[in-house]
Design a protein around this ligand. Structure first.
Ligand code: PLP
Length: 402
């Protein structure tokens, strides 16, 4: 055991030497804009709880009622011990929200990505990913053993070149009598988690149609925020019927936890049969499903309209107040994720520490979450922040980075 620990200590030393060591900061309060973190009251600009629903009274009450009626645990996989009603009502609500034929929920967005990509793609297929695609999409792609190609971030010309390559490969392969045709799946996020910019989905859909590929879009940071019903970027662009696989999480704007895939009824049926994280994992607790369903309800109603209006106001306010700070924005107001690129890992840590000393919590994001040398402070704004709080953030940031 001693040798084992010594070896791990050496691994950790390497991580630390690169200014990449991470540790957990204990919080003794609910998630929200004010955190009690390691004994300090901090104003947080870190969470993905964009609408402030994580600690909302209605979601908490839904979770409480689900515990009362269905218990704390879920017993086993849904295929094994029966599929609890809260998961079904959630999935019906998700399909109605996304305006798809069906949806399937998972324990997390991560599990949804693994399940969907793994069910659709196998070794002889081709997967084409945006360079900045989330780790779960990359890991899911790797697990399939398919040929993996990466296009420069949001670069349509690069994507098209890869599609041409893939189509040529498909033609070369031909179709052996017993095998299905080679599949080409493009995977992207709609709003990118660490850069906060938006994928050019309209031309991407045209490209994938032209080359006979499929498209999977991860709306983790878009669900609840974009479009007339806050359904996501896909809705805002009117692309609903044209994208094969929509995925997302219930743990960000929706305010609960879990992940989902939305699409055709046959996609759902296939996932129930093939998605390993669905089949071989205990179902999410009923409380999470019930809270997520209420989160979806709120988002689509008057409350959601008001909260998103507030959120976009805060984003605009911050962009304006940040003044001289070089915000990393592709277009103003693109998303509530506003990265401040610092570059050097050590410098990003120092900036985050300086802010924390002033009572503001903004995480320093480093490799491997982002590329080396692209370390940043990742500011996320929420509808729960007040104008005064956003003002305070901008002024402290200016001091720290100015
Ligand atoms: C957070 C996130 C996920 C994973 O969702 P979880 O429910 O947290 O597992 C997937 N994709 C993107 C882009 C994310 O930011």
């Amino acid at each position: 055991m001693l040798e084992f620990d010594q070896e791990l200590a050496r691994d950790l030393e390497v991580i630390k030497h690169q200014a990449l060591l991470r540790r957990l900061s204990r919080v003794d309060s609910a998630q929200g804009t004010c955190l009690r973190m390691e004994g300090c009251e901090l104003l947080s600009f870190a969470s993905n709880d964009y609408l402030g629903l994580a600690a909302d009274a209605a979601l908490k009450e839904a979770a409480r009622q689900a515990v009362q009626e269905y218990g704390a645990g879920s017993g086993a996989s849904r295929l094994l011990c029966g599929s609890l009603a809260p998961h079904h009502t959630l999935e019906e609500a998700l399909a109605a929200f996304k305006q798809t034929q069906a949806a399937l929920s998972f324990g997390s967005g991560w599990a949804a990505a693994l399940g969907a990509i793994g069910s659709l793609i196998s070794r002889n297929d081709v997967l084409i990913l945006d360079r900045l695609a989330h780790a779960c999409l990359v890991d899911a792609a790797r697990l399939t053993g398919a040929k993996l190609r990466v296009f420069a971030h949001n670069d349509l010309a690069d994507l098209e070149a890869l599609l041409q390559w893939a189509v040529a490969r498909r033609a070369d392969q031909g179709v052996e009598s017993h095998a299905r045709p080679m599949r080409i799946l493009i995977v992207t996020e709609s709003v990118f988690s660490m850069d906060g910019d938006v994928a050019p989905l309209v031309p991407m859909v045209e490209l994938k149609d032209r080359y006979g590929a499929w498209l999977m879009v991860d709306e983790a940071h878009a669900t609840g925020l974009y479009g007339p019903r806050r359904c996501g970027v896909i809705e805002s662009l009117g692309l609903g019927g044209r994208i094969e696989v929509q995925m997302g999480t219930l743990g960000k704007a929706v305010g609960a936890a879990g992940g989902y895939i939305a699409g055709s009824r046959l996609l759902r049926d296939l996932l129930v049969n093939r998605a390993r994280p669905f089949i071989f994992s205990t179902a999410p607790v009923p409380a999470a499903a019930a809270a997520a369903q209420i989160g979806l309800d709120l988002i689509q109603g008057e409350r959601g309209a008001r909260l998103t209006r507030l959120l976009w106001e805060r984003v605009a306010q911050f962009e304006e107040a940040a003044g001289r700070i070089p915000l990393h924005r592709s277009s103003p107001g693109a998303s509530p994720i506003v990265p401040v690129i610092v570059g050097d890992e050590q410098r990003a840590l120092a900036a985050a520490a300086a802010l924390r000393a002033e009572g503001i919590y903004v995480p320093a994001i480093r490799y491997p979450t982002v590329q080396r040398g692209k370390a940043r402070l990742r500011v996320t704004l929420t509808a729960a922040h007040t104008a005064a709080e956003v003002e305070r953030l901008a002024s402290e940031l200016t001091k720290v980075l100015g």
